[in-house]
Design a protein around this ligand. Structure first.
Ligand code: F6R
Length: 643
């Protein structure tokens, strides 16, 4: 144990605490902050908090607000300094950090207005240097920051200290990295709207804090967390400077931790408790590291790569190789709904019943075809009773010019079409109002409910076309329009009872044998995360029912990541023709072609991302020594503890 701790410490140069979910980690951090606030209150002292924005700290703020409301946590002695603000930025703009802090924290707790400090994005440029120097002085005058919360950007930035920032950097105006600007596209309608600059506290200002919590949630943070925690200290990854801080702790979830050596290759850190899953992970790791098919790995390969334990404890390389090769072989199936009249003892799905009722849940209206279009087509072709359920309207991701086309279409059609003069006038007025609103709409301004409805209908039409293309009857296409999504902006409401109820009602009506859902947490808007939580919450209410006990939940990953090969439990090969058909289904989503609004950081179109990913999975299987396919869609089964 001592040796293990020592080895971990030499590898992980920032102490790390991993949590099963972001919620657990966020609650812990919020409780630590609350404890510190209360301690200071007992001493009659103030406390200075350094705060971050972005998606990372939201659940910490939610929990602090809850503690304020339900447990009487007072903020009367709290002084805050925010890390950064875009420049230029008006405080009431949807993307402003002032607005963010008000919405998530300040409006809901009893903090004094004069105790809040957020860099001012409205200053004339020639006043910024003096303003920044003053920001530093104010922090120092209050005795420095007691607790600093940090998120981390994909570039390794903390605050907006981008690669190249020095350890001595203080609060200043900076230029945003191109990657950071791309990531910000999840909050801005288009690239031109993202500011090029920001005011940020410096690395030095951050390092002066007495305690630092670095937070990160989700697989998309895994590679930068590995660099920050295990990498060498370098201005190229500013978060690595935190390794020098005497009192820093990283609180991260298993997704963000997944590339740390202790998870990715725990045998490099110390002794392992080998079970079949870990053996599979090790064999794949070894095969990929040596670029050698599994069946060619030798005893020496294992011994020379810290895996001799495996050979000594379990078997020879020969036996392990065959065992893991077979395990992977058995994940491959052309029968995602189960193969009728076949021995299913080593197949991913059950043979019976031969015709299954299936629900494919799709968080946005195109995730079904993007992530599992090939499997969707197969399930229908193989005669299963397939339903598709679009969980959210996806209405914010339609360009104004597309909505305008439809409004004008309705307007022109109405002129010659309706023979009911009363309703025609009313409709005409509505169309004119919508068009007038769009003419005057400021960049980034939210839409009216009527325009949001039009945008939602645009996406509905596309989803319907794609589902019909995959062979579904209209009665099998369901639009759920979950309420948590309907904020009209990129910030969504948390999961509510209504979301779970709507999901449970659909499940109960169809009583599926098989459910497919997006199981990825790396969605930049968090929508996929809420959508899977709605499904899990719904199953919780239905678990007493006989059909539910027999219902298997398969998780696909959305447009961002694929499952690591050792986690895949079912993989469906696609022929070149099937891949082409899948592409045509994705093409039905015309409003999402080229550059949709809030596009995120990936330049590729959705069909390209999907094909690259499916081809990469096929290539990974191929390089492990399995058969060569054009492309593959991968799934992992969610096991309920009550099944
Ligand atoms: C925000 C900030 C940034 C973010 C980082 C991660 O105040 O300073 O460093 O913490 O970009 O952003 P999210 O949390 O949105 O992934």
């Amino acid at each position: 144990m001592e040796r293990l701790r020592y080895q971990l410490k030499s590898l992980e140069k920032i102490p790390v605490k991993t949590w099963n979910t972001p919620l657990e980690g966020s609650r812990h951090v919020a409780q630590s902050i609350a404890l510190a606030i209360r301690q200071r209150q007992q001493e009659g002292e103030q406390i200075v908090l350094g705060l971050a924005t972005g998606s990372t700290p939201i659940q910490v703020y939610n929990e602090l607000v809850r503690m304020h409301r339900e447990e009487g946590l007072s903020f009367h002695n709290v002084i805050t300094f925010n890390l950064d603000e875009y420049y230029p930025m008006q405080p009431d703009a949807p993307q402003s950090y002032v607005r963010f802090m008000r919405e998530y924290l300040f409006n809901h707790v009893n903090i004094k207005k004069e105790n809040i400090h957020i860099p001012d994005g409205t200053l004339p440029i020639d006043q910024i240097d003096a303003y920044c120097a003053d920001y530093e002085k104010r922090i120092d005058a209050l005795g420095g920051i007691d607790i600093q919360i940090l998120g981390i950007g994909r570039t390794g930035h903390i605050g907006f200290n981008e690669p190249g920032s020095w350890e001595s950097a203080e609060t200043r105006l900076v230029r945003l990295d191109a990657i950071t600007r791309k990531d910000a596209l999840k909050d801005f309608p288009q690239e031109d709207d993202v500011p090029y600059r920001a005011i940020t506290m410096g690395v030095k200002s951050i390092m002066k804090a007495r305690t630092i919590y670095l937070l990160a949630w989700g697989d998309h943070k895994a590679s930068i967390i590995k660099k920050a925690v295990e990498g060498v200290i370098t201005p190229a990854v500013p978060a690595t400077f935190l390794q020098k801080h005497p009192n820093v702790k990283a609180h991260i979830d298993l997704g963000a931790a997944s590339e740390l050596t202790r998870y990715e290759a725990p045998w490099l850190v110390g002794m392992c408790n080998w079970d079949e899953d870990l053996i599979c992970q090790a064999v794949i790791w070894l095969s990929q590291k040596l670029d050698k098919p599994i069946l060619k790995l030798t005893d020496e390969d294992y011994a020379e790569n810290s895996l001799s334990d495996l050979i000594i404890e379990h078997a020879s390389a020969y036996d392990i190789n065959i065992r893991i090769f077979n395990r992977l072989q058995h994940t491959i199936t052309g029968w995602p709904g189960g193969k009728p009249n076949a021995d299913d003892s080593t197949r991913p799905e059950r043979a019976k019943p031969a015709k299954k009722r299936v629900i494919i849940f799709s968080p946005h209206p195109d995730d079904d075809v993007i992530s599992m279009g090939g499997t969707f087509l197969r399930l229908v072709d193989q005669g299963h009773d397939v339903h598709v359920a679009y969980q959210t309207s996806g209405n914010i991701a339609v360009h104004d010019h597309d909505a305008r086309r439809f409004i004008e279409f309705m307007q022109e059609y109405g002129e010659g079409g309706s023979d009911n003069p009363g309703s025609k006038e009313k409709a005409d007025r509505l169309f004119r109002e919508m068009l007038r609103f769009m003419d005057k709409k400021a960049p980034g301004e939210g839409d009216t409910p009527e325009i949001l409805r039009v945008k939602g209908l645009v996406r509905r039409g596309e989803a319907r076309a794609a589902a019909r293309f995959c062979g579904l009857a209209d009665s099998h296409i369901h639009f759920m329009d979950l309420p948590f999504y309907e904020t009209g902006g990129t910030r969504k409401n948390p999961l509510g009872e209504a979301d779970i109820r709507i999901t449970a009602e659909l499940l109960e009506r169809i009583k599926p044998h098989q459910v497919y859902a997006a199981g990825d947490l790396a969605d930049p808007h968090g929508t996929h995360r809420v959508c899977i939580d709605a499904i899990l919450g719904a199953f919780e209410t239905l678990k007493g029912q006989a059909w539910a006990k027999d219902c298997w939940l398969w998780l696909y990953r959305g447009a961002w990541h694929e499952w690591p090969v050792h986690e895949i439990e079912m993989v469906v090969p696609l022929s070149p023709a099937e891949l082409r058909k899948k592409r045509l289904a994705i093409f039905m989503h015309q409003s999402q072609k080229d550059r949709p609004p809030f596009p995120g950081s990936d330049e590729r179109e959705f069909w390209q991302r999907a094909e690259d990913r499916n081809k990469a999975t096929a290539a990974a299987y191929r390089s492990l020594g399995l058969a060569e396919y054009e492309a593959m869609e991968a799934f992992r089964r969610w096991k309920f503890d009550w099944q």
